[in-house]
Design a protein. Sequence first.
Length: 213
Amino acid sequence: MTHRSRTQRLALLSASTALVTAGLLPSTTAFAAPPHRAAVAAAVAAAAAPTPTPAPTESPAQSVKTTDPPTGITAELPGKAKVRTGAVPMEGDSIDARVYGVDTPDGATGFAVYDMPGDRIPLEDALKGFVDAYSLMGGGNLTGSNVRRTTVDGHPALDATLTGKDGAESMVGSIRFISDDDHLVMAVTYGGEENEKALDTMHQQLLDSLRIP
């Protein structure tokens, strides 16, 4: 992938989901980020909060248990997470969002936590926001398909398959949104189409390890 690392794009997409869903992007150029690190900060928030330090511990499977400190939400990631955080404006309010992402040779995987009741945004709208953000930021096109409702430990959840283009590269991935009483949680994995099998395995490991207290 050129210009931006996969985890940078993961952070941009994750943090912008609520913005797009709420219809708060003023124009399609607002998130058309140039290929440098400053774009990430601008996309996450006008004034980003200090980056929290996740609490990693090695597991027998060589993955890293990553904890979102404010909530205690955890997941096993295939390496030490890059963390981006910011305040996302939404409907006259400000919502804190934290994104934990890891690059691998096959793609990127990670999870995001939004500090708002999960039912504040319908899960289908959250998926649409994620998909819309991809093209709004000049990343090509992205489509969510095979959308299905499920539950995770009693929490409403939504799964979908992602396909699209990033420049000339064909992309595939998977995404899950989970509605908690106090948070909206997103888990996403994506990368080049040629690595689809490895990405599916990586995403399943992410879902199996994700814990919401």
